[in-house]
Design a protein around this ligand. Structure first.
Ligand SMILES: [Zn+2]
Length: 331
């Protein structure tokens, strides 16, 4: 008999020698809160719902009860405008979300704000453009302003999603100047991917396709690891406290690479809407168990080096973990 056989002798032995298990404290739950207050299933993301602000309070309470430490907030507003300045109005819906959730949950739940122009602009573009060119500074400056008002309303973490160069620098400076130097920045670093599509369908309100510039001009070419690491270098040097690798499944090697180069920077991985949809579809049409497949993917993301995982399954995973603890047996 060799070591392999000895350490695989029983289920408990296998658990004992594990270097990690996905735990509830790793999870971040993304939620979609609608200003029009309508609650219904998101057509492109079966099993996930749009929430009213009151529903969001109930959902966040569930997260707290299950021990999930954080939510990522996506606000779906009624009246977008040309340049997104609706985000800065005193009665902006996002500010209401943060005020309400902060008042309800205080320090019991980390409120992460997804900050991007597309949440507020009529054309639903992520960055300002001029003659087909990305206006990085102008975009980053606006993201800084949005970050500052959202921090004032109660956001604990700002997650800039526009991928504009300089966005972390502008946001850090805007937060510090407004007295929110305790608000962290968790910077999205995305490869260009079709796996975002179900999410875009969920967030898009207009019948017409999104306008502006080709996303390959501000996201990273999935084939190019050097281009990816350049962006990580930039965002970390500008003051990102944490980074989000997105999507997770197609970028496991990049998670490992970021961990290797930045061992002291917490890494989140985003199991995006397309990954969620794939898991749902596969489980429906193939002969295996959805939970088994789900835990397999989450554990591979953890093994690659993620400290945190954003997943639409967060509450489900938390309840699976709590049930498996009750049964006192391994997953
Ligand atoms: Zn965007």
């Amino acid at each position: 008999m060799n070591t392999q056989s000895r350490i695989k002798k029983s289920k408990q032995m296998i658990r004992l020698v594990r270097p990690f298990e996905v735990s509830t404290s790793d999870l971040i739950y993304p939620i979609f809160v609608r200003e029009d207050g309508r609650r219904f299933e998101i057509p492109s993301m079966k099993g996930q719902e749009y929430l009213s602000l009151n529903d969001a309070v109930n959902t966040c309470q569930k997260a707290v009860d299950l021990g999930v430490p954080a939510v990522m907030i996506f606000g779906v507003i009624k009246g977008k405008d040309a340049d997104g300045s609706v985000a800065l109005r005193k009665d902006a819906f996002h500010l209401k979300i943060f005020k309400k959730l902060k008042a309800e949950f205080g320090e019991n739940l980390v409120l992460i704000s997804n900050v991007c122009l597309c949440d507020f602009t009529k054309g639903e573009y992520c960055v300002y453009t001029e003659n087909g060119k990305v206006q990085n500074e102008k975009t980053a400056e606006m993201l800084g302003k949005i970050a500052a008002v959202q921090a004032e309303a109660g956001a604990d973490v700002i997650a800039p999603a526009a991928m504009a160069d300089g966005q972390v620098r502008h946001i850090r400076s805007a937060l510090d100047k407004s007295g929110f130097d305790d608000v962290a920045i968790m910077s999205y670093i995305k490869t260009d991917s079709c796996l975002f599509q179900p999410f875009f369908s969920a967030m898009t309100q207009s019948e017409t396709p999104r306008v502006g510039v080709d996303s390959s001009k501000f996201r990273i070419d999935i084939i190019n690891e050097k281009m990816y690491m350049q962006k990580v270098d930039l965002d970390v040097s500008e003051g990102a406290d944490m980074v989000i690798v997105k999507p997770a499944l197609t970028n496991l090697d990049l998670i490992a690479k970021v961990k290797q180069q930045y061992p002291n920077v917490p890494i989140a991985a985003y199991q995006v809407s397309g990954e969620y949809a794939m898991l749902k579809l596969l489980s429906e049409h193939a002969h295996f168990n959805e939970d088994t497949l789900l835990m397999e993917t989450l554990n591979s993301i953890k093994r690659a080096g993620a400290d945190m995982i954003l997943t639409y399954y967060a509450l489900h995973v938390a309840s699976l973990i709590s049930h498996s603890r009750e049964r006192a047996s391994g997953p």
